[in-house]
Structures are given as structure tokens and as C-alpha cells.
Design a protein around this ligand. Structure first.
Ligand code: DC
Length: 227
């Protein structure tokens, strides 16, 4: 029997990871946050003092980089050459690096097999930008999760403030719009909705309503009962 893969794609700040993590826990699936893998590479590149747009420089250091996702008590941890960088990858600076390195074809190629491999090992719910279009084009359930730029910026702003980071809303909104532009206009695996993905806009939904909506889509597509 094959395993079930749920692909969730969408722009930053749409609530993908929070929703995906909760849904995966409800279903007993492994949650794979592919953005964390790009962030880990962004961190590695920034630590080496390489420019995030230096495609050749980045490609040259990839062989010395190992990114792994491990699970402890159900929580995902990101390892960069064995070091747990789960917290270090969540800064605004690394968000920008992650967006830049994710446009480098060698980086996407580097992570492609690792991500596909995870879908061969069990039922998964994988979120990212190109899961339904490139990584798992045959996934039985594909969801394109989005929300307005203002809603997403507002959520990110609150999240960063709660973590004690001194940010301004206008700067966060600017970052969101800029990252959307980078993610949607890059030549390799740009962010876009797969033809067979279900569109879910969470602008007007609470977290709980979003989780229910995702479960409903999975239920409709798989014929299983989850709600
Ligand atoms: O989801 P996130 O914000 O943690 O993602 C970080 C960056 O990585 C973001 O700019 C888009 C990129 N990314 C990607 O290109 N492909 C993916 N599958 C996941 C993330």
C-alpha cells in the first residue's frame, strides 16, 4: 500500500506551518516543513559569509552542508551538520537569506530527493512552495493555502512581537510583499497553485476554522473520515 501525501503550498505567513502541524497531529501524519530546510541552508550560507545571490558560491559549499529533519516528542527539529538550528533559522535576516538561496537551482536540486524520500517512508503532510507542482506532483491531496498580504503581515508581526523582536508593521508588510515577489517570479520552481490543488483563503478564518477546512478537503479527497 502506498502512503498518503498531503501537499500544502502557499505564500509566507498564510498560516501554513501552524495549520499543517495541527492537521498532521490530528491525522497522525509526519509533518514536513520544507521551508525550514531552505532556512537551514540560508543560515549555513550566511555563516560562511557568502552572498545569498551568489549562485556559484552557494553551489560550491552545498557538498559540505547536511540538512536533516528529526522528530523529538512529535516536534520537528532542523539539524545543520548535526547542530540543532531550529531557533536560529527563525529570524528576519535568515528569512531573507532563505528566500534568496531558494532561487538557486542547485539548492532546490539538493533538497528535492531528501523531500521525496520522506514521502516514501510514511503518511506525510508536507508544506512549502513547490510541493504540489514539483516535489510530489502525484500527491492525492493538494491545497494552496493563502491569505491577503495585509493579513499575513499582521500575523507575522504579532508572532515576531511575541518572540520579543522589535519590529514595525510596515517593515513586516514590506518583507512579506518582497518575499512574495521573489518566490513567485524566480525562474526555478516559482510559487504557484498546481492545476489540481484546492484553493483555501484563510483571510477571514480563525485558526480552528482553517484546520477544519483543511481536514474537510483531505476527507473529501481521500474518502476517509476525520471530522
Ligand atoms: O515557509 P518559510 O517562510 O519558512 O520558507 C522560507 C523560504 O524558503 C521562503 O522564502 C520560500 C522558500 N521555500 C521554497 O522556495 N520552497 C519550499 N518548498 C519551501 C520554502
Amino acid at each position: 500500500m502506498g502512503y498518503i501525501a498531503v501537499a500544502i503550498d502557499g505564500p509566507s505567513g498564510a498560516g501554513k506551518s501552524t495549520i499543517a502541524r495541527a492537521v498532521a497531529a490530528r491525522l497522525g501524519y509526519v509533518y514536513v516543513d520544507t521551508g525550514a530546510m531552505y532556512r537551514a541552508i540560508g543560515l549555513a550560507v550566511s555563516r560562511r559569509g557568502i552572498d545569498g545571490t551568489d549562485a556559484d558560491g552557494i553551489a560550491a559549499v552545498l557538498p559540505s552542508i547536511a540538512v536533516e529533519l528529526v522528530y523529538q516528542d512529535g516536534a520537528q527539529h532542523v539539524l545543520l551538520n548535526g547542530e540543532d538550528v531550529s531557533a536560529a533559522i527563525r529570524t528576519s535576516a535568515i528569512s531573507r537569506y532563505a528566500s534568496q538561496v531558494s532561487a538557486v537551482p542547485a539548492v532546490r536540486q539538493f533538497l528535492l530527493e531528501t523531500q521525496r524520500d520522506m514521502a516514501r517512508k510514511g503518511d506525510i503532510l508536507m508544506d512549502g512552495r513547490d510541493i504540489g507542482t514539483v516535489i510530489l506532483p502525484d500527491a492525492p491531496v493538494k491545497i494552496f493555502l493563502t491569505a491577503s498580504a495585509e493579513t499575513r503581515a499582521d500575523r507575522r508581526y504579532r508572532e515576531l512581537r511575541e518572540k520579543g523582536q522589535d519590529v514595525q508593521y510596515e517593515d513586516v508588510l514590506h518583507d512579506v510583499v518582497e518575499r512574495d515577489r521573489q518566490d513567485m517570479t524566480r525562474a526555478t520552481a516559482p510559487l504557484r497553485q498546481a492545476a489540481d490543488a484546492v484553493l483555501l483563503d484563510t483571510s477571514e478564518l480563525t485558526l480552528e476554522q482553517s484546520i477544519e477546512a483543511v481536514l474537510q478537503i483531505i476527507q473529501d479527497k481521500t474518502g476517509e473520515t476525520y471530522i
